[in-house]
Design a protein around this ligand. Structure first.
Ligand code: HEC
Length: 136
């Protein structure tokens, strides 16, 4: 057997073994990002197009305020009252109690992901943004 042929066979063998190893590895199990009830809230958020007027982390429509931290800033009762009554261009929604709880759960879990705008961030002259996560 020529040297070249042996090397080729070895490469094919390694290729096979490596592929077998890659494709038989167990996949990392990922935890769903939202709880079941918050997921239901997200579905309502999408269905009712809240994002047309509201933002999370500054992304969305600009008719209404950013809701990233509305849960910790204003609280559950305020959010529910807002959904019940509407005000100015915020529509009055006919949600039942279960639906309102789902939306509150969704807003709460979004709130847990961080702050917007991040008041702890400092901007350096060279353009870097330094975020101080200490003492949170
Ligand atoms: C047509 C635009 C529009 C849509 C759609 C809309 N909102 Fe609003 N929303 C507003 C406006 C404008 C305000 C501010 C009202 C005011 O205080 O004058 C507001 C206020 C709020 C507030 C209170 C925020 C605060 O800090 O005072 C919450 C909570 C809220 N909306 C949730 C929702 C949810 C949840 C949905 C979807 C189910 C939704 N909104 C859909 C326009 C909208």
């Amino acid at each position: 057997m020529s040297k070249k042929f042996t090397i080729l066979l070895l490469l094919i063998l390694f290729f096979g073994v490596y592929n077998y190893w890659i494709y038989t590895q167990s996949q990392p199990t990922t935890k769903p990002a939202l709880s079941k009830v918050a997921f239901a809230g997200q579905q309502l958020w999408i269905k009712n197009n809240c994002n047309a007027c509201h933002q999370f982390y500054g992304l969305g429509g600009y008719l209404g305020p950013d809701l990233t931290n509305v849960y910790s800033n204003k609280g559950e009762d305020f959010i529910k009252a807002m959904l019940n009554s509407g005000i100015n261009t915020m529509p009055k929604f006919e949600f039942n109690e279960i639906e309102k709880n789902s939306i509150v759960a969704y807003l709460k879990e979004i709130d847990n992901t961080g702050f917007y705008p991040d008041k702890k961030a400092t901007f350096q002259k060279n353009g870097w943004v330094i975020i101080n996560y200490k003492n949170e």
